[in-house]
Design a protein around this ligand. Structure first.
Ligand code: SF4
Ligand code: SF4
Length: 507
């Protein structure tokens, strides 16, 4: 196997077994699936085929191969069988370095595009589940997958396709945002309990709000308490979800702590999307997957029907006593922030707010990620911290205070709510009559998997410069490709929190 698609990849790429736990068998099946997706898309482009089933399959296949989604060989073999039911061009070989006749830079740009497409497909899948689709998104996925087999594509053309991927992802995050708002209303600032309640409990993780809604409906009046985990935390801010009184609290931290936290959780656990880790024996009977997530030995539940999860929660009994704890604030999507825009703008004009930091992205296990905690802690008191995605668990339980009633830490939401953060930045730029790059705003990103790759491409497609990226730079970016990114977008690796604050903050 050879895989270097995520941040935790072993030096130069995982070759024997994935740091994520993906074995050679699963990695091989995923490579075959990606190769077939390219061949299916190339044939569809050749034949000008527009077919909803084919598009859905491309999206499903791409999302399935995102890090920490599907570790189940049987499930992957099933997808390979379905792949063979679609017409394909010949010559699509599996694996990152299948084509040895192209340059390292072309391989690098192809892989960035592949990972960008995986992230884009994940968001397209989330939106489609809520009934929102856009044919232009599917058309781009077909075109881009087909381009990955085209040896005539130049470095320049591949750079352009990567930027287009970012642009199409903005549209995808936009329809996902619309889907969330239409179903559940605009997020509103909401206090979220971090304690626990006596009685049966279900912990729900991942990004899929429809699964949460179905679970809330199916558990209503049954004496079961629902806890959110990881990227489900922002759900507490949506009126259509917070109205359920048994959506009680947020439990635990980011995905990489799940083996310890899930083992301690005395209830059932439902993983709706990434990021799942190999379940420990101690809780493998308590954890369930749904949607595209799969792990051998873990019960997979389908069709939004969570009877087995509920049954397990009742059997386990849950928490023995009430243990309330502190509360944290969520729900600062663009609608909530822009409703107090006048206050924010006045605070900037008066000098009460000197700078905004968007500290967002994925969390992970590496020790270098303490940088993000240190950054949030050391940011001067006259700065506002916007955050999104699961990297926030490094600092979202700390006290940051407020500036004239505006909380210093504003939780914008999930990773896809990067769309909301962009809306906030664009509105601020409009108010100050400048470009986003001229705002007193610095973007400090942490990346882990392929959703983060496509969010980064989206920021590039908007022309956003001076992004600081960590904890390490992607292994799949060659020096020449990095130079293109530095020359055009002045992207830079993180240094220390103190150095990066000194470089961005002006008194
Ligand atoms: S997904 Fe990440 S950790 Fe897993 S095999 Fe690939 S690079 Fe390694
Ligand atoms: S933000 Fe990224 S790392 Fe975090 S749970 Fe979501 S997919 Fe996983």
């Amino acid at each position: 196997m050879f895989c270097y698609q995520c941040e935790q990849s072993a030096k130069g790429g995982c070759q024997v077994v994935g740091v994520c736990g993906k074995n050679e068998d699963v990695a091989g099946l995923q490579d075959q699936l990606v190769a077939k997706l390219k061949a299916i898309a190339a044939k569809a482009v050749q034949n000008k085929t527009v077919d909803a089933t084919l598009d859905k399959f491309l999206v499903t296949g791409l999302f399935t191969t995102v890090t920490n989604v599907n570790f189940d060989p049987e499930n992957l073999q099933g997808l390979l069988k379905i792949a063979d039911s679609f017409p394909q061009v010949s010559g699509s070989l599996p694996g990152v370095k299948a084509n040895t006749t192209v340059s390292e830079d072309v391989i690098s740009l192809r892989e960035i595009l592949t990972y960008g497409l995986k992230g884009l497909a994940a968001y397209a899948d989330h939106a489609a589940i809520l009934g929102k689709e856009d044919p232009t998104i599917y058309a781009f996925i077909r075109e881009a997958l087909a381009a990955l087999l085209d040896d005539s594509k130049t470095v320049g053309e591949l750079v352009a396709l990567n930027l287009k991927c970012g642009e199409v992802n903005i549209r995808t995050m936009e329809i996902l945002n619309q889907a969330h708002v239409e179903h559940y209303g605009h997020p509103v600032p909401t206090k979220v309990q971090l304690g626990v309640k006596k009685g049966p409990a279900i912990l729900i993780s991942g990004h899929d709000l429809l699964d949460l809604e179905n679970l809330l409906k199916q558990t209503e009046g049954k004496g079961i308490t629902i806890y959110t985990h990881g990227e489900m935390l922002p759900a507490h801010g949506y009126p259509g979800l917070k109205k359920y009184a048994h959506l009680y609290a947020n439990y635990g931290g980011a995905w990489q702590d799940q083996q310890k936290e899930f083992a301690e959780f005395p209830g059932a656990i439902l993983m709706t999307t990434n990021c799942i880790q190999k379940p420990k024996e101690s809780y493998i009977k308590n954890i369930f997957t749904t949607g595209l997530v799969a792990f051998p030995g873990v019960t997979h539940v389908k069709n939004g029907s969570f009877a087995q999860v509920i049954q397990r929660a009742i059997e386990l009994g849950g928490f023995p006593e009430n243990k309330p704890a502190k509360e944290i604030l969520v729900g600062f999507g663009h609608n909530a922030v822009l409703s107090v825009a006048d206050k924010v703008i006045d605070a900037v004009k008066s000098g009460a707010i000197k700078h905004f930091y968007l500290i967002g992205g994925c969390d992970g296990a590496k020790s270098g990620r303490n940088y993000y905690t240190e950054f949030a802690e050391q940011a001067p008191k006259d700065t506002v911290l916007l955050t999104l995605a699961c990297g926030k668990f490094r600092f979202n339980k700390l006290e940051f205070g407020d500036i004239g009633g505006i909380p210093r830490l504003l939780d914008v939401g999930q990773c896809n709510d990067a769309y909301s953060a962009v809306q906030i930045a664009v509105a601020l730029a409009g108010a100050f009559n400048c470009g986003v790059n001229d705002l007193p705003l610095s973007i400090i990103l942490s990346w882990y998997e392929q959703k983060a790759v496509v969010v980064l491409l989206s920021l590039f497609s908007l022309g956003i410069k001076n992004i600081r990226l960590g904890p390490t730079l992607p292994a799949f970016v060659t020096q020449n490709v990095l130079k293109v990114l530095v020359d055009n977008f002045n992207i830079m690796p993180i240094k220390t929190a103190a150095e990066d604050i000194a470089a961005t903050y002006k008194k």
